[in-house]
Design a protein around this ligand. Structure first.
Ligand code: HEM
Length: 453
């Protein structure tokens, strides 16, 4: 509930119209999360999970998926050039040429893509999946909610180099962040927000971190703060109190102490404010992470901030059986209040001007409890709940729902349904030679014509 309550505060946040294949998928990935069991979050719950550890998937490697995911998103974005509009969150980090650069040393990028690219589909880009990874890692590991927009487009070739390295000067870091679109204040904030997770590993950075010879930290990671798998302002409190072990602040090689130079570059004003207020740190990180993830190549148009759809049809199927169109599906209601006497109806218009309003949704309901709300799903009614039997010629154009006497029709637009091309029950699969015959009917002026493939 927390994320939803805060997301609605963002001025531009409003639910999108269903159907939208991309936003429908992103909305589910973002909100239908059962921590530890399903979706992206299952890879970062608990937050010290590290899928690729040779010594077991938790704790003892010193690394975490969550930290890898956040660093990967930053390195993907950091090629952005605000002047010419090139680079940004576009998954160009997936190209071997980018990963081979000295600015992208380490296996965190391959590991991250190995997990998160699995959420990309024909509708969801790898870049959106990378951005989602950061949002979910931060939120599920103690951090603030980050308003999420969809629509990133995957690059087709590597971007120009441009990720800052620890041995560079403060001036070059200020210039690099300016090129990415961030002021000096924002640079301090974004580095502190990122470095509340993870640390520096010995293998890719032997000149910064020595071999630690610690079985509880088998990959010799020197962490940025004492709570490296959890979002909190300890990156700032430990820095301000002088107790920090951040290897980019108190490292033995002063040249690579980039966090020290960056954090101190405004006389510690920003870091002091973060140390004094965990709330300020969280809200500033929410804002800066969102800016980071929304930094995309020019010409890419992101969606509005995605919030849960109050009413969302899903699993819709049509099958033509002679003159009958079998129509099945389900509908999810978000945060529906309890009502033991609930009457829930599906209403629909057909191609011949008919309006149907008598089909009850089944009394079967499935309730899912998620961090941001509760979903209640109903299966469409019909013969043995297998689906509604519609006159094939009349078909269906638009659905509405009536719940507790209230019509849900997306502000009068309705829920448009596409029955122009439907499978026929005469389709079949030949197991002897592993071939299939698809019989498909195409609607032309209220008639369905059969084709065979
Ligand atoms: C001047 C800017 C920056 C420099 C020089 C820098 C440098 C580094 C270095 C050397 C590491 C160690 C990587 C490894 O051992 O695999 C690291 C880790 C990390 N960085 Fe940065 N960083 C900068 C900015 C950022 C920003 C802006 C973010 C995110 C908003 C970020 C997020 C992270 C995270 C999460 C890790 C931990 C990775 C892990 O433990 O697997 N960094 N950074």
């Amino acid at each position: 509930m927390l994320r939803l309550a805060l997301l609605t505060c963002f001025a531009t946040a409003h639910a999108y119209l269903w159907p939208s294949p991309m936003l429908d998928e992103l909305e589910s990935l973002l909100f239908e999360i059962t921590p530890g069991t399903t979706g992206i979050a299952s890879f970062i719950q608990p937050c010290d999970t590290f899928t690729f550890a040779p010594t077991g998937s938790r704790g003892s490697s010193g690394r975490s998926n969550a930290a890898d995911w956040i660093r990967t998103a930053y390195h993907d974005m950091a090629t952005h050039n605000i002047v010419d509009g090139t680079g940004g969150m576009d998954a160009s980090i997936r190209f071997a040429e980018e990963q081979a650069r000295a600015e992208n040393v380490g296996d965190g990028f391959v590991n991250t893509l190995g997990v998160l690219a699995g959420s990309a589909t024909r509708y969801v880009s790898v870049a959106d999946a990378l951005a989602l990874g950061t949002v979910i890692a931060v939120e599920f590991c103690g951090g603030p909610q980050i308003p999420f927009r969809g629509g990133r487009v995957d690059a087709t070739e590597p971007n120009l180099p441009g990720v800052p390295k620890p041995e560079q000067t403060l001036d070059s870091h200020v210039a690099s962040f300016a090129r990415q679109g961030f002021t000096q204040d924002e640079m301090i904030g974004l580095v502190a927000c990122g470095h509340t997770f993870g640390g520096v590993q010995h293998a890719p950075f032997p000149d910064i971190v020595p071999e630690l010879n610690d079985t509880n930290n088998s990959e010799s990671v020197s962490h940025f703060d004492t709570t490296n798998t959890h979002f909190d302002n300890n990156i700032a409190t430990e820095y301000i109190s002088g107790t920090t072990q951040n290897p980019l602040v108190v490292g033995f090689n002063d040249t690579t102490n980039s966090d020290e130079r960056i954090f101190g570059s405004d006389g510690n004003v920003t870091m002091l404010s973060f140390a004094n207020s965990p709330e300020l740190f969280a809200s500033r990180c929410s804002e800066l992470f969102a800016r980071m993830l929304d930094t995309v190549p020019s010409g890419v148009q992101l969606s509005d901030v995605i919030t849960p759809l109050p009413v969302k049809p899903f699993d819709l199927t049509f099958t033509l059986d002679g003159d009958v169109l079998q129509f099945s599906g389900r509908v999810r209601f978000w945060n529906l209040t309890d009502n033991p006497n609930r009457v829930a109806l599906l209403l629909w218009d057909d191609h011949l001007g008919g309006v149907h309003n008598s089909t009850l949704l089944s009394s079967l309901e499935a309730v899912g409890s998620f961090p941001d709300g509760v979903s209640t799903s109903y299966i469409f009614g019909g013969d043995d709940f297998g689906g509604l039997s519609l006159d094939a010629a009349a078909g269906i154009t638009t659905m509405r729902f009536m719940v507790d006497g209230k019509v849900e029709d997306q502000g009068g637009v309705g829920f448009a349904v596409q029955d122009a091309v439907v499978f026929s029950t005469t389709s079949c699969f030949f197991s002897n030679n592993r071939t299939a015959q698809y019989n498909v009917a195409v609607r032309v002026l209220c008639r369905l014509y059969m084709s065979q493939y």
